[in-house]
Design a protein around this ligand. Structure first.
Ligand SMILES: [Zn+2]
Length: 600
């Protein structure tokens, strides 16, 4: 064909801006190269509105991309914030088999630049999104990665290239992707965060379920706005487009019997949306329903993002003020009187339920000769029933706060995680001895199998002890000495909740629970049997109380009575030699005051 013919052809046809998923009739989702190619086509065509930047690399060395959509070509986060616009950050493909959000964001990006009506959504907002977060998982494409999911033909893998689930990694920050995310997040400090997923679990009529955490660990004014304004508005706006949304993640109280009601889901900071509570920012978890066809899911995901952008555009000033107040409240946590208010570490259901209308499907339950248990089978007929939904929550674990913390310098990996989170800390310039509060911890039990590459002591699990068992930590005030270079971490900072959740042992994703302090539980010295025999005989003569306790344990604890080693260890453990092991002495100090510390 002659060049002139080519020109005439391209002139006579409008450019095809359909996304790759749209072009395939929602049969397929593009791989990373095709995804980036489409994004770059738009960025090249509309450089005054769209900008793509890298924010780090995956384990396998791929670029992590961030797309910025801004009405006036201003792409600097600080400049956007100071223009009074609210920034929405949407994340896709943290579970890379769940691509609905990615394909929705490509379509929304296209519409924001091409459709004048949509472009108005950027008047008081900027739209920033990660097209694919778990890129290495995304490129592990297969038809066999998502057994429950109804399309697309090929999809990515749940975990990253070291088989870590990035949506369990926010607090401990083991993965390079998490560390890149945290750096990027603090550069942007978005006003609202969205994490797009696809469900596992039950069948129901809703194609969209979503969660906005409003539990007592969320800044109260933000929680109220999310509950009273955002939640009903999102439902109305999404349902107005022909989709059907339910404003809670749907977990059944009994996997095989939906009539038992809907369960409360804890949201600790190993999850993206739990991390956002510590960042003082509202977060929306979107779960598209896996059994719906891909077109319904992508377009539904599009509609909830559009609805949120509409709300943010309308209420930008409100949202920005809420976030400013939440940051200020967090920075006051180390001061009186905030320290006298118990700080929530774990929020759990309290047993209260509220009846809700639930649009499910009729089901039968039959004894299965395969599993030997009742098996649920969903039918095609809708069933609208009123079900109890967990609605009441309580503070399951809370602590009074110190003014700050001090970490001895040898605990490098513990300090490194705080650095990765962008926490402000200082180092001591001289040896420092003073009264601090400290924990002694005991009775911990570790799980028998790894979880996320570690042996953490977490809550939950379907089997008793699956995640180990958290014993007890008791607090006392003692004079302790901290070496030069100890990390001093004040709570008068925006990220105070990150500090508390990392350093309070009982917090759900603390450094102690994730195994960063496991070595404090190891006994490094012990007594030989012939030495302990002598020690024991002397103690039994000298100390009648001791003798009584020993004899009582022999009578009441058959396992102890039958173990020569345990019977001898009884005397070692209670002797000064035993105490010298310092087993369970948590090395982090809780500072009673921030004054008098030798920091530069
Ligand atoms: Zn997911």
């Amino acid at each position: 064909m002659e060049p002139s013919d080519t020109r005439r052809t391209t002139h006579s046809l409008a450019p095809d801006w359909r996304t790759p998923a749209e072009q395939s009739g929602y049969r397929t989702t593009p791989d990373y190269a095709e995804t980036v190619e489409y994004l770059e086509r738009i960025a090249d065509g509309y450089p005054d509105t769209v900008h793509i930047r890298n924010f780090g690399k995956t384990g396998e060395g791929r670029d992590l991309k961030l797309v910025v959509v801004s009405k006036d070509g201003v792409y600097d986060p600080e400049a956007i914030h100071s223009s009074g616009r609210a920034v929405l950050l949407a994340q896709n493909c943290i579970h890379a088999g769940e691509t609905d959000g990615k394909d929705a964001c490509l379509a929304l990006l296209r519409d924001l630049v091409l459709d004048k009506d949509r472009a108005r959504l950027l008047e008081h907002t900027a739209f920033v999104f990660i097209p694919v977060y778990n890129v290495d998982g995304h490129e592990r494409r297969s038809a066999y990665n998502r057994i429950n999911q109804n399309g697309p033909e090929l999809s990515g893998w749940r975990a990253n290239a070291t088989n870590l689930n990035l949506n369990r990694d926010y607090m401990k920050a083991d993965a390079p992707e998490t560390r890149a995310f945290l750096r990027m997040f603090h550069e942007w400090l978005p006003d609202f965060f969205v994490d797009n997923h696809v469900t596992d679990g039950a069948d129901f009529q809703y194609d969209i379920t979503f969660a906005l955490d409003v539990t007592p660990d969320v800044f109260p004014s933000t929680a109220q706005w999310l509950r009273d304004v955002v939640t009903p508005q999102l439902v109305d706006r999404v349902n107005g487009t022909g989709h059907l949304a339910f404003p809670a993640p749907i977990f059944l109280n009994d996997d095989t019997d939906p009539s038992q009601g809907l369960a409360f889901n804890e949201n600790p900071p190993r999850f993206s949306t739990g991390q956002m509570i510590l960042e003082n920012r509202p977060a929306l978890l979107v779960e598209m329903h896996m059994l719906k066809d891909y077109k319904s899911r992508v377009t539904g995901n599009y509609e909830i993002l559009r609805a949120l952008l509409e709300l943010m555009n309308r209420d930008a000033a409100t949202l920005i003020a809420l976030n400013r107040d939440a940051d200020m409240a967090a920075a006051r946590l180390g001061t009186e009187p905030a320290r006298n208010v118990p700080f929530p570490l774990i929020v759990a259901r309290n047993g209260e339920t509220t009846p809700v209308l639930f649009r499910g499907y009729e089901f039968t339950r039959d004894l299965s000769e395969i599993s030997g248990a009742l098996a649920i089978r969903y039918g095609p007929k809708p069933s609208n029933v009123t079900l109890p939904m967990d609605s009441g929550v309580k503070l399951a674990v809370s602590v009074p706060l110190p003014a700050g913390y001090i970490i001895p310098p040898q605990w490098t990996r513990v300090i490194d995680v705080l650095d990765a989170h962008g926490v402000t800390l200082a180092r001591t310039t001289a040896v420092w001895t003073n009264n601090v509060e400290r924990y002694r911890c005991s009775e911990m039990r570790w799980p028998g199998k790894p979880f996320e590459g570690r042996y953490p002591i977490l809550r939950g699990g379907s089997v008793e002890g699956e995640f180990g068992h958290f014993g007890a930590c008791t607090r006392s005030t003692e004079a302790l000495t901290f070496p030069v270079g100890s990390a001093v971490v004040p709570l008068d900072q925006r990220l105070s909740k990150v500090v508390i959740h990392w350093l309070e042992p009982e917090a759900p994703d603390s450094a102690l629970r994730w195994g960063f302090f496991d070595s404090i539980f190891e006994q490094k010295e012990s007594g030989e049997a012939y030495t302990l025999e002598k020690l024991a005989r002397e103690e039994l003569v000298k100390n009648p109380t001791f003798r009584a306790r020993f004899e009582q344990q022999i009578q009441t604890d058959p396992r102890f009575a039958g173990s020569p080693g345990d019977r001898l260890r009884f005397f070692y453990d209670r002797s000064p030699w035993g105490a010298a092991n310092r087993v369970g002495e948590y090395p982090v100090g809780r500072l009673l005051s921030m004054s008098g510390l030798p920091v530069s």
